[in-house]
Design a protein around this ligand. Structure first.
Ligand SMILES: Cc1ncc(C[n+]2csc(CCOP(=O)(O)OP(=O)(O)O)c2C)c(N)n1
Ligand SMILES: [Mg+2]
Length: 462
């Protein structure tokens, strides 16, 4: 068999023979080049070698290394400058005034909640908290252009995503206080919110684990979108920090998302730090965006302090993610982590106060939108004061209610793992009950719903 003939036969062969494979020609509209030309060999006169591992690479007799250090950095997309002025008057801003005001309200609400909860932790009323200061525009802006049906995976600094999708102040507070109304029944650390109604998976602090979960969910959504052509298609959206992007999970997830062509947006919040590790110790390349090209993904870098840029980029990424039956998109949103990493951190042990003050003064997603609103005479100092006082009261009302609520019944510590509580668990329940009964001064069980009674019932199998 001649070389050329073999190549033609290989080209003609169906790229996928397994019926279980969804990327096969029976389900996918467009067959990507990399699927059709695998294992195609070169012809003697070819200018490009179709190596199976690198398609369309031209031959060259110039010995030239790719040197990232000599290349220009990827640019950062903006709609507004830092004074809130529109850069491209022709394209303008595609956000209606009413919506801009509502986005502003949510950003201010988030920052007030953050301030009050951080203080509450310092007063010993909460065990833990994480603020979003400097990143409000990323979370609120991106969430505002997604479909409520899209499936979301967050890291932990995306409270704004929850707020924008309708998570109420009561729900935030109930989770933070681990009270009986917390959907997670107090089994998770504060800030680990989740909401099946809002299609947001519960936060897991184990860095980067949400990224492969999102890639897998997006694959399931790809199948659903194909199987249910009458239902509006959905995508998965995954948020993570630039620090989490150093985990192996990030690479595995983006690679499988790209090879399977799944409808997903990967949103990296690059805020300059992974706790105390600055980005300069985290990577040598051009941020996280430069990796997108490596995975063969459409990629964009965006100014995260500009909520209009965040919105336009996310909306366009969503459109791209649904093109040709699905494909992943990477967006790197640039920001500065203004707050400490969490209430367990003192960032002035590893960065200068002046650096933080400088960023606070120089640029901020809330002040940038405020400047734009003021330039359109939609906002002023009187409105600002009234809004802040109203939101402060709303947060404090929810705070008081949640703090007074009882804690979840102690039995929940045992339930929800096995379908029924096992004999071994029942022995543990009896042991715990015995300790609680013997040391009533040490353990105040009245603050838990049903007190000791919940354990009595559980140990009796009720
Ligand atoms: C697997 C794993 N390793 C380490 C940690 C400890 N840890 C928690 S947050 C964090 C930094 C993450 O930084 P980044 O992803 O940039 O997010 P940011 O906090 O800046 O929003 C680290 C190292 C963890 N939670 N999980
Ligand atoms: Mg970070």
């Amino acid at each position: 068999m001649s070389f050329r003939y073999a190549a033609r036969r290989l080209r003609a062969r169906k790229p996928w023979s397994s019926p279980a494979c969804v990327n096969g020609p029976q389900t996918s509209k467009v067959t990507p080049a990399w699927q059709t030309s695998r294992a195609v060999a070169s012809t003697p006169s070819a200018e490009k070698v179709l190596f199976p591992g690198a398609l369309n690479s031209k031959f060259t007799n110039t010995l030239e290394f790719l040197r990232p250090s000599t290349q220009e950095a990827i640019s950062t997309y903006r709609v507004l400058d830092q004074y809130g002025q529109v850069l491209d008057k022709e394209t303008g801003v595609d956000t209606e005034d009413e919506e801009a005001l509502s986005l502003y309200r949510n950003m201010v609400c988030l920052s007030i909640m953050d301030l009050l909860m951080f203080e509450a932790q310092r007063q010993g009323r909460l065990s833990f908290y994480m603020v979003s200061a400097g990143e409000e525009g990323i979370a609120i802006g991106s969430a505002s252009v997604l479909s409520p049906a899209d499936v979301l995976f967050c890291q932990y600094r995306e409270s704004g995503v929850y707020l924008q999708r309708g998570f109420t102040l009561d729900q935030f507070m109930n989770q933070l206080f681990s009270n009986a109304k917390d959907a997670g029944l107090g089994r998770n650390m504060p800030v680990h919110y989740g909401s099946s109604e809002l299609n947001i998976h519960t936060i897991s602090s184990t860095l980067a684990t949400q990224i492969p979960h999102a890639a897998g969910a997006a694959y399931a959504l790809k199948l659903q979108n194909q199987q249910q052509p009458d239902v509006p298609p959905r995508i998965a959206v995954c948020y993570f920090g630039e620090g989490a992007a150093s985990e192996g999970d990030f690479h595995a997830a983006l690679n499988i998302a790209a090879t399977r062509q799944v409808p997903a947006i990967f949103i990296c919040r690059n805020n300059g730090y992974a706790i105390s590790t600055p980005t300069s110790d985290q990577y040598r390349g051009d941020g996280i965006a430069s990796r997108g090209a490596g995975y063969g993904m459409d990629t964009l870098r965006v100014d995260g302090n500009d909520i209009f840029a965040v919105r336009r980029a996310t909306a366009e990424a969503r459109r791209l993610a649904l093109e040709d039956g699905g494909k992943p998109v990477l967006i790197e949103m640039m920001a500065y982590r203004v707050g400490h990493h969490s209430t367990s951190d003192d960032s002035f042990a590893y960065r200068q106060k002046v650096e933080v003050e400088d960023w606070k003064r120089r640029d901020n997603p809330i002040t940038r939108l405020r400047k734009w609103l003021e330039s359109r005479e939609l906002w002023d100092e009187t409105k600002e004061k009234a809004l802040r006082s109203e939101l402060r009261k709303e947060v404090l009302v929810a705070f008081d209610k949640a703090e007074k609520q009882k804690k979840p019944a102690i039995r929940h510590a045992f339930e929800g793992v096995w379908e029924e509580v096992t004999e071994e668990q029942k022995a543990h329940v009896r042991e715990l009950r015995d300790i609680l009964e013997r040391y009533p001064k040490e353990y105040d069980v009245d603050q838990y719903e049903d007190g000791l009674e919940s354990l009595v019932k559980l140990s009796e199998g009720k």
